[in-house]
Design a protein around this ligand. Structure first.
Ligand SMILES: Nc1ncnc2c1ncn2[C@@H]1O[C@H](COP(=O)(O)OP(=O)(O)O)[C@@H](O)[C@H]1O
Ligand SMILES: Cc1cn([C@H]2C[C@H](O)[C@@H](COP(=O)(O)OP(=O)(O)O)O2)c(=O)[nH]c1=O
Length: 263
């Protein structure tokens, strides 16, 4: 396969350009390098085990921004992986409701879903100065596909970064909940689900998420997801305050234009 090096973006400095061509590997602790920080808009991802409260907290954050901070609804995109596009919904169906998928094929399907989702939905929204709240992103691939022990977290990180051309969230919120608590929270249906992949597997997923967070404390906020929803929400708000201030000025609530004879 021939590979054409992409031309450096005009705003890149030498370090960023070097990072762009460096292998996405980090031998002992994996810190996924941000090669293309978006210049406009803000991207926040939510990670954690199945049932950790990601969709609940995304909804609460979105509602807060709309009702308390007067953010225009169409500036906030809430999305998820797998499945943030029509193609992604088909891939999601294949991955979550189909037959056994070989580990490499599974990793490629998640990466394909992500590549399409980022290029067609997330980047365009960021480019217009919007806020993207993502229910799972590439850290989920590193944690889940890397936890199966057949593929290494480094390989998965490299594949995922290639798929999205280096895009990383400004902030990743990890809702950390022990596997036993997730099991209880999800009731009998959740129990089946967790048991179907094995409690050991889910412990490994949790550990991998915590390892990713330890390796990149600037991007990650780890929040104890076992606490009541409102308390978790308050911590989410505190952990996104800094990145929201980076928001493109078009995000700031714009006062309604004053009528000429009011001036
Ligand atoms: N802080 C919390 N404490 C107890 N239960 C919660 C909390 N947050 C969410 N839940 C409940 O746990 C279940 C899974 O939550 P959800 O937000 O769908 O998780 P996820 O999106 O991570 O799968 C839901 O029944 C939800 O109402
Ligand atoms: C995004 C992503 C998800 N997954 C898994 C994690 C979940 O078990 C599943 C997504 O299911 P989903 O129902 O969206 O998760 P949740 O129960 O947390 O709301 O796909 C991966 O294995 N790799 C990935 O890259």
């Amino acid at each position: 396969m021939s590979r054409t090096e992409p031309a450096p973006a005009p705003h890149e400095d030498a370090l960023q350009a070097a990072a762009r061509h460096a292998p996405a590997l980090h031998s002992t602790s994996l810190r996924i390098p941000a090669t293309h920080p978006p210049r406009r808009g803000v991207f926040i991802s939510f990670e954690g085990g199945d049932g950790a409260g990601k969709s609940t907290q995304m909804r609460m954050l979105r509602d807060h921004l709309v009702t308390e901070r007067s953010v225009a609804e169409d500036l906030i995109l809430t999305t998820r992986e797998p499945g943030g596009t029509p193609l992604g919904e088909s891939i999601r169906e294949l991955l979550l409701h189909g037959e056994h998928v070989e580990p490499r094929a599974e990793a490629l399907l998640y990466a394909a879903d992500r590549a399409h989702h980022i290029a067609t939905v997330v980047r365009p929204h960021l480019a217009r100065g919007g806020l993207v709240l993502g229910d799972r992103y590439l850290d989920s691939s590193v944690a889940y596909q890397g936890a199966g022990r057949e593929l290494s977290p480094e390989e998965i990180a490299g594949l995922s970064l290639w798929a999205v051309d280096g895009l990383l969230p400004h902030r990743t919120i990890l809702l950390d909940v022990p596997t036993s608590a997730l099991d209880e929270r999800r009731g009998p249906a959740g129990k089946d689900r967790l048991e179907s992949a094995g409690l050991e597997f889910h412990e490994a997923v949790r550990e991998e998420f915590l390892e990713l967070a330890r390796a990149d404390p600037e991007r990650y906020a780890v929040i104890d997801g076992t606490r009541p929803r409102e308390e978790v929400h308050a911590e989410v708000l505190a952990s996104v305050a800094e990145v929201l201030s980076l928001f493109d000025p078009t995000f700031e609530p714009v006062p309604p234009p004053r009528h000429r004879d009011e001036q």
